[in-house]
Design a protein around this ligand. Structure first.
Ligand SMILES: [Zn+2]
Length: 422
């Protein structure tokens, strides 16, 4: 009897300890899920729409997200910039935020989505035990941003099937890619919510007559497509496919790959290469945006060692500075696809600056090839940010505005999955 009682007390004690841990973890998960990032929009942002304006079935889901438009009012090219297709590649979002805070547009129109997979930004990579947030040093103390997952949060889309079949190509992909925004293009109006977000992005490109569409990513340096532009050499013959179901690839009216190659060759501040989008790999932006719209399409990758599988502890410093001896070791053995030097690392400002200058290079070269797509726009670029870094100042923080300052009150914007009162 005595032994039974002891065992019972032990079980209760274990249960209490477990509940305490669950409660602590629960609070942390809740904080990550509901943390709201606030930015200060440039005066040149003329309109704010939502993904649900382009795909109404996204309304009231965690995949709805703001779409910012900077229209110069002067006829010219239309550029679409997609930030945060994979939230665990945060330089993509930081580049979009710096564009939104600093953009000036003189000709044409720029459309920016800074958190394309909002849902995926509300959790961390399951099983990867990495920090939830990172803080950018600013003149007023610091601004905190989320890191996020690669996939749509399972709280918003679950369960996954055994095999995911991309629509409409019919290609079989890994099961978890049904929650991967960059495997679900061109999407479906009434598909899974990730497919609906993909469809909404396609609709932005089609309805707004986008000429140049740029998708911003980051990649492991053990992965060949790091530090790369990816663009299609050929595009799907849509009419033939819709009539016969046969996928045939034809010369596009405007060649994105030519533009990307010139941009990659012209960039001398950092290492950048160029790759052709395969015709037979479906669901990705650089393939499907070109196949299902008339836009020239580009994907950009930076080197993000934080997501390489062989690093030391995944800390905020690793994410922000990118210094890791294991990757130095494998780079010295010629096993990585980036000239990695851990002295410099792959800092967040560097990756963000690469996207800002990489996108600008595409916009400028596209106009040289096809003058009707000219868009005259400005935002902070690599050289400027590198100079600020040399003075020991965080160049991302330098170009962010204080959302709490009274003079910025009118342009404050809270990034969430639904409109938030100021
Ligand atoms: Zn990515």
């Amino acid at each position: 009897m005595e032994a039974t009682k002891k065992r019972f007390i032990l079980k209760i004690a274990i249960l209490v300890v477990m509940l305490v841990f669950a409660a602590i973890a629960g609070v942390k998960f809740w904080q990550l899920r509901h943390y709201k990032e606030t930015i200060v929009l440039s005066e040149d942002i003329t309109d704010v729409k939502w993904l649900s304006d382009y795909c109404p079935s996204l309304k009231d889901t965690w995949l709805d997200t703001p779409v910012f438009i900077a229209d110069s009012g002067v006829e010219g090219g239309t550029v679409f910039i997609n930030g945060c297709p994979h939230p665990y590649e945060p330089a993509s979002t930081m580049a979009a935020f710096l564009m939104l805070e600093n953009i000036k547009v003189e000709k044409g129109k720029v459309i920016i989505v800074p958190r394309a997979n909002y849902s995926g930004s509300t959790e961390g990579m399951v099983g990867d035990a990495y920090p939830r947030f990172f803080t950018v040093e600013t003149q007023w103390g610091g601004e905190t941003f989320r890191i996020g997952d690669r996939y749509t949060n399972p709280l918003d889309q679950w369960p996954d099937p055994f095999t995911y079949v991309n629509y409409p190509s019919g290609q079989n992909l890994a099961y978890q890619d049904i929650r991967n925004l960059n495997r679900t293009y061109p999407g479906r109006e009434n598909g899974t919510i990730t497919e609906r977000a993909a469809y909404a992005i396609m609709e932005i490109i089609r309805q707004e007559d986008v000429d140049i569409a740029i998708d911003m990513h980051e990649a492991e340096i053990l992965y060949p497509v790091t530090s790369t532009y990816v663009a299609p050499a050929k595009v799907l013959d849509r009419e033939k496919f819709l009539e016969t179901g046969v996928m045939e690839y034809i010369e596009p009216e405007r060649n994105s790959l030519d533009v990307a190659m010139m941009a990659a060759m012209n960039i001398d501040q950092f290492f950048m290469k160029c790759a052709a989008s395969p015709n037979t790999l479906h669901g990705l932006s650089h393939r499907e945006w070109a196949d299902w719209s008339d836009a020239m399409t580009f994907l950009m990758e930076t080197p993000e060692i934080f997501i390489d599988k062989i690093t030391g502890p995944r800390t905020e410093a690793l994410l922000y500075e990118g210094k890791d001896e294991f990757l130095q070791n494998v780079t010295d053995k010629g096993l990585t696809y980036f000239p990695y030097d851990m002295e410099f690392g792959t800092p967040m400002w560097y990756r963000t600056a690469r996207h800002l200058s990489g996108a600008m290079e595409i916009i400028n070269w596209a106009a040289l090839f096809y003058d009707d797509v000219e868009c005259i726009v400005s935002w902070p670029l690599y050289e400027e940010m590198a100079e600020i870094e040399e003075q020991g100042i965080d160049s991302i923080g330098y170009f962010l505005k204080n959302p709490d300052a009274p003079e910025n009150e009118a342009n404050r914007f809270v990034i969430y999955h639904k409109p938030v009162e100021k």
